[in-house]
Structure formats: C-alpha cells, structure tokens
Design a protein around this ligand. Structure first.
Ligand code: SAM
Length: 301
C-alpha cells in the first residue's frame, strides 16, 4: 500500500483506517476504570464502520493498539486541554487539521460563538458527518467541515468556508505529521503561520529525538511481528505495518521552526505526559512509548 503524491482514501482504507484505529482506542478508554476523557462518539464510529464491512483489527493489531492505549489517551487529553485553555483565553476559532474521527466539536465545552473548522479528506469527513447525523448528535460549537487534502490549496478552501485570518486561531495537528512528506510538513507550517493572527496557538504531536532511528523503527515493526506470532499468524513477516503509510524522512524540528518564526514554544515528551496522567511509571518510557513530543506554540508577534 505504497503512498503516492495524490493518493486518496475512504475511512476504511489506507491512512483513513488509521483514524478508525484511533477511534477504536478512544472507545476502549471509556471502559477503563478511570478514563482521561469522555467520548461517546468513538464507539459509534467503530460500529458504523463495522456495519459498512470494516473488520475490527486482527488480534495482533488490537494488542498493539492496546499496548499504546495509555499513549493515545494521554494524547487526546493533552489536545482537549489545549483547546480548553485556548477558549479560556478568548480564542473562538479552531482548526483541526487531519481531524479524522476526532469528536471535539461535539464533546468539548467550547466558549460561546466558537467556530470549529475540520480539514480531512472528503470521504473521511463524509463518513463522520453521516454517522453523527444519524445519531442526531449536536455539535457544541458551530461546526464547519472543510473536505480537502492537506497537500492541496487548503488555505483557500478554509477561507472560502468562512475562516477569518484576522482573528486568533487555535490549530491542532494530532496524528498527522508522519503521513506528510518532510516538504509537506514545512509547507503546512508556513501556511499555518501565514493564516495566524497574533494571539494564535498551535498544538502539534511532533517527533522526539530518535523517532527516525532505523533501530527504533525496526523495533516497532518487530513488535508487530511478535504480536502477529502471538496471534498465531506466523510466517507473515511482510504483513502491513502502519509505518508503510509514513514518510520516513528527517524533518525540520517543529519547535525550532516555530521559535524561528516568532512563536513562544513549550513542549512535553510523550513519556513525561503519560507520567503526568498516571499512564506510565514515573518518567520511565518503555519500548512501547512513542518517541514523540507535544508542542504548543503561541504567536506573540
Ligand atoms: N487527528 C485525528 C485523531 O487523532 O483522531 C486522526 C488521526 S489519524 C492517525 C490520521 C488522519 O490524518 C486521518 O483522518 C487521515 O485521513 C488524515 N490525513 C493524513 N494525511 C492527510 C492529507 N494529506 N490530507 C487530509 N487528511 C490527511
């Protein structure tokens, strides 16, 4: 399933299915003793995809997702808090890039008058909107889907949908960067910068030290093979791995890029974040802790 410059997908295919994987993991969080957030829509998306013929991930993938469940929950919580803090500071325009099945526009307590724009591929957003419409779920902000590929002219589509670049914006890029080539990542931040009025904020799940180390990537693949073996699927060493959908290329450091462009930047590693939320032993990453960082930038000039 090699990537191409203009590939597209439905919710059950290629990169689209990663959004279903994340939704499945958010649905699992609801069954834990002490969930970090409430997302009643996640299971709804999974059920709707199954109705359409999507098969729940095979046992080995389920194990893998379960293993990083603490990470996925911490990540969701971090972005929830990011948006709530932005709202508390008066920002009432949000753009969720590569929104997938993120249900924040339906489940967060947005301040009055907030508009939430969501960008993702057309078929992904159609599936999402149709599913929510069937359940009669009501957004808690004004919801505006912007169905377009992030490699296309999305700034124009966003403006055409009503986005106001003169107003401060809260931007989120969660679970997105590995699916963009390095040049696409640079372009993404240039565009965000151009569209960001003073006071804007950006939250990004980015790459930490060693993310692209061949040994680290190989150990991720090996872990999947191990899960496959445990699931009785031996001899399938070339089976699909999510890394096959990534652009494994060294990138510009997001923290440096933002700082160089006049943004105030803070960041927290995945391990420290999970520690903060009680989802791993104090600051002790194990081999399943992704080498990512959560970056927040505020545009002050
Ligand atoms: N942010 C969501 C979340 O955390 O639940 C979804 C994350 S999912 C891992 C990746 C999402 O990125 C998918 O919904 C996919 O369609 C979207 N995506 C990746 N590349 C994209 C592109 N070039 N244009 C639009 N959407 C893209």
């Amino acid at each position: 399933m090699a990537r191409t410059d203009d590939d597209s997908w439905d919710i059950t295919e290629s990169v689209g299915a990663t959004a279903l994987g994340v939704a499945w993991s958010r649905a699992q969080e609801q069954n834990t003793e002490c969930p970090l957030f409430t997302d009643p829509y996640a299971q709804m998306f999974v059920d709707a995809a199954v109705e359409r013929g999507w098969q729940l991930p095979p046992a080995h993938v389920v194990e893998r997702i379960r293993a990083i469940g603490g990470y996925a929950a911490s990540r969701t919580k971090w972005f929830d808090e990011f948006f709530i803090a932005a709202g508390a500071n008066g920002i009432d325009q949000a753009v969720i890039l590569a929104a997938g099945l993120d249900a924040r526009a339906w489940r967060l307590p947005w301040i009055d008058g907030t508009v939430v724009y969501e960008i993702d591929q057309p078929r992904v957003l159609t599936f999402k909107v149709d599913t929510l419409r069937r359940s009669e779920a009501q957004p808690t902000a004004k919801y505006v889907p912007v169905p377009i590929d992030l490699r296309d002219d999305w700034p124009r589509a966003l403006r055409d949908a009503g986005f106001d670049p003169s107003e401060p914006t809260a931007w989120a890029a969660e679970g997105l960067l590995p699916y963009l080539p390095a040049s696409g990542q640079d372009l993404l931040f240039e565009r965000i910068h151009e569209l960001s009025a003073r006071g804007s904020r950006v939250g990004v799940e980015s790459f930490g030290a060693g993310f692209f180390d061949p040994e680290y990537l190989a150990s991720g693949r090996e872990k999947m093979r191990e899960y496959r073996r445990q699931a009785g699927l031996e001899g399938d060493d070339d089976a699909f791995d999510v890394q096959d959908l990534w652009y494994v290329e060294e990138r510009t450091e997001v923290t440096d890029w933002l700082a160089d462009h006049g943004w105030d930047v803070t960041s927290v590693s995945a391990a420290d974040l999970m520690d903060r939320y009680g989802r791993c032993a104090a600051g002790e990453p194990d081999e399943t802790t992704p080498r990512t960082v959560f970056v927040e930038g505020q545009r002050t000039c």
